[in-house]
Design a protein around this ligand. Structure first.
Ligand code: TRP
Length: 445
């Protein structure tokens, strides 16, 4: 298969922004802060940073090198690189996982649109009166409304993916990622200048190491994978549009750093405000949709900051959803020869349909495997498909490509990678073992 016609990223910065856009999502702005709030603050942040550095970076480089070497999406990559067809199961699991994640991701992303609009409506007055929890509950159980926002979100996602790599994905990310950064900085300046913000900064930056437990490690490891978009071939697919002479070591480093920086900054926008307003940080998943509107409602110009925050959340979710759909559509495009537009619209529609039972399940039914449908989808992707995918991806890069991987990583010696030997052993032994531990604990723990 000649690849002369394969689409490519227009520039290195375009790739870095698109891959960072994939990584930076609900995981950074919504999940990272609430997990930090529930798991002891600064101690959790410290553990998270170590895990990202040693394991996150290792898996990121493994995915990009598999994609770039094969010039194919998640399934095709294994077909090209190995004679043993069993490896393709890893790619298959990734495609299924991408669809499963996107089905419920689109639902939660739709909430951010609703909240950005509602910031101008009744949200602030209701939240000021202490009604943010009821407001959220009433919204998510109104299935018709939730599905409308989900469908709007999904149509936008499909439209960008159908537009292609350079013209669609890269262009959208080049606009949204800097905008996201700017909004985040404004929110941080607001938060840290509130009277009483110091207590939040203390909670966030001054670690109490006695709070680190086995659970902290497992939660941090799971969060690192989700946040960096690893374990389902999304980065294999993005890597496949890289040019042979791009430096993938520095690219991996930038993407991992950007993702981690944004998660870290999101905490800086949230905890000082939460503490300044005397609210508890450990609210869990409701921190963003229940606690924060209450915080904004009591700030001067709260409407503006609330809207800015939910637009930020929307941008973050949007660029991630694009990568999830791209990873699925690439299979139908590369392996079945569908056109990009056909793959995007048909798979996008199917995934949207799969999201509807998730949206409905917030009202109680339907159930699957004895849990709400959305929880079941999350369990299947986060606890089963992603860890298994990540294990096989690093093992493949570390062992199966052993004879050529150093040349691949350094673009035939064009670049140097001083820590190559450390990376290889992290990929062969340390990362698979660590992930296997999360996997076993996640299922039986
Ligand atoms: N990383 C995204 C977030 O933090 C979610 C995401 C996008 C993802 N693409 C992915 C997770 C691929 C796993 C695999 O919100």
């Amino acid at each position: 298969m000649g690849n002369e016609n394969r689409e490519q990223w227009g520039s290195k910065i375009g790739f870095v922004l698109a891959a960072s856009g994939s990584a930076i999502g609900l995981g950074n702005i919504w999940r990272f802060p609430y997990l930090t709030g529930m798991n002891g603050g600064a101690a959790f942040v410290f553990v998270y940073l170590l895990i990202v550095l040693f394991i996150g970076f290792t898996v990121m480089l493994a995915e990009l090198v598999i994609g770039r070497a094969s010039q194919r999406g998640a399934v095709g990559a294994f077909k090209v690189l190995s004679k043993n067809p069993l490896w393709q199961l890893t790619g298959w699991a990734g495609v299924v996982c991408g669809g499963v994640i996107l089905s419920y991701y689109g639902v939660v992303a739709g909430w951010s649109i609703k909240y950005a609009i509602a910031s101008f409506g009744d949200l602030m007055s209701v939240a000021e009166a202490g009604g943010a929890g009821d407001y959220f509950g009433a919204f998510i159980t109104n299935t018709t409304q939730v599905v409308i926002y989900q469908v709007i979100f999904m149509i936008m996602t499909i439209y960008v993916v159908a537009g292609g790599i350079g013209g669609g994905i890269e262009r959208a990310c080049k606009f949204m990622m800097p905008a996201l950064f700017a909004i985040l900085i404004i929110l941080i300046v607001r938060a840290v200048t509130l009277p009483g913000a110091e207590k939040g900064i203390e909670f966030y930056l001054n670690p109490d190491f006695s709070k680190i437990t086995g659970t902290t490690l497992l939660v941090a490891l799971g969060q690192a994978f989700f946040s960096l978009s690893l374990g389902m071939g999304a980065m294999i697919t993005y890597g496949s549009y890289l040019k042979r002479n791009d430096n993938i070591v520095t690219s991996s480093f930038y993407v991992v750093s950007m993702d981690t920086l944004i998660a870290f900054l999101a905490g800086f926008a949230i905890f000082p405000a939460v503490f300044a307003m005397g609210v508890q940080p450990g609210a869990g998943p409701g921190l963003t949709f229940i606690t924060l509107p209450g915080v904004f409602a009591r700030m001067p110009a709260g409407v503006f900051f609330s809207c800015a925050f939910f637009v930020l959340l929307f941008f973050a979710a949007f660029t991630s959803a694009i990568s999830l759909l791209e990873a699925v559509a690439a299979y139908f495009k590369d392996e079945l020869g569908w056109s990009r537009a056909k793959a995007s619209w048909i798979m996008g529609a199917a995934i949207t349909a799969l999201g509807v039972p998730s949206a409905m399940s917030l009202g109680g039914t339907p159930e699957l495997f004895g849990m709400g449908f959305m929880d079941a989808m999350e369990y299947l992707s986060d606890k089963i498909l992603m860890p298994l995918g990540a294990i096989f991806i690093v093992l493949f890069a570390g062992w199966m490509m052993a004879d050529k991987i150093e040349k691949e990583i350094t673009s035939d010696g064009q670049y140097t990678f001083g820590l190559y030997n450390v990376w290889v052993w992290l990929a062969r032994v340390v990362a698979p073992t660590a992930i296997a531990i999360i996997f076993v604990n996640g299922i039986w723990g």
